[in-house]
Design a protein around this ligand. Structure first.
Ligand code: DX5
Ligand code: ZN
Length: 232
């Protein structure tokens, strides 16, 4: 299976993950083919409970997994992630991220995901503190700092989330952690540098990629901007 624990072969420590929430759902195979220069495809699963929007579940994600030219980065905006997250790892998603606010036992769930072979991610909404994650950083492969309220694409980037990201990045550096720091929401050419400067290395972009005439060019432009601003 391709893509498990993929790190882009060390070519770059910047990852650009287009979100298919902004793609044409009935032309998914063609949409996926347009982003083959991405590192991962970001797959937003919403249950209309944790967030006030509904997307798709395991059956659709299984087809995306079978069709996608790049590995899957699944973002679960759902209640009861313990019940569903392992299924996405079993389908073959390279990365499965659940929300801290929804998980009863985040560390236990992360261990389960890793045992199935996926990278384990935990996400926090803009208003959720990250301090509680500092002591358990090693349990996760990725921390997703939401830069909008989860639920919808096309919202404006919230710069007030950057101090939290900076604190996480500083802590990760100080303990030598290799955890990936992801941002999601309102990321585009005008905002990606702020997030990269604050320490993000993994960038989700929906409308900025699929809204572009040439998604591959948009991915390249985002990668360049992030690379210039990323703090090493
Ligand atoms: C929002 C989703 C995002 C969304 C980002 O809840 O988690 O992944 O697709 O869309 P943009 O990049 O358009 O803000
Ligand atoms: Zn997302």
């Amino acid at each position: 299976m391709t893509g498990r624990r993929r790190d882009n072969g060390g070519v770059s420590d910047i990852r650009i993950n287009p979100s298919i929430l902004a793609a044409d759902f009935v032309n998914m195979q063609a949409e996926l083919a347009r982003i083959d220069s991405a590192d991962f495809v970001h797959v937003d699963v919403m249950d209309n409970h944790f967030v006030p929007n509904l997307t798709f579940g395991p059956q659709m994600v299984e087809r995306i997994q079978a069709t996608s030219p790049v590995p899957l980065d699944v973002h679960l905006m759902i209640d009861e992630p313990e019940r569903w997250a392992p299924t996405y790892a079993e389908i073959g998603a390279a990365s499965v991220t659940f929300h801290l606010e929804a998980a009863a036992e985040p560390v236990t769930l992360a261990r389960t995901l890793r045992s199935i072979g996926a990278r384990a991610g935990v996400a926090v909404k803009p208003g959720t503190a990250v301090d509680g994650l500092f002591d358990v950083l090693d349990e996760f492969d990725q921390i997703l700092v939401m830069t909008v309220e989860p639920g919808f694409g096309g919202q404006s980037f919230m710069p007030e989330t950057m101090p939290k990201l900076r604190a996480l990045a500083a802590h990760a550096r100080s303990v030598g952690s290799g955890v990936w720091l992801q941002v999601d929401g309102g990321i585009g050419e005008s905002t990606i540098a702020q997030a990269a400067d604050a320490g993000a290395d993994t960038f989700v972009a929906g409308s900025a990629v699929f809204g572009a005439d040439r998604p591959d060019a948009a991915i390249a432009a985002l990668r360049t901007r992030a690379g210039q601003a990323h703090r090493h």
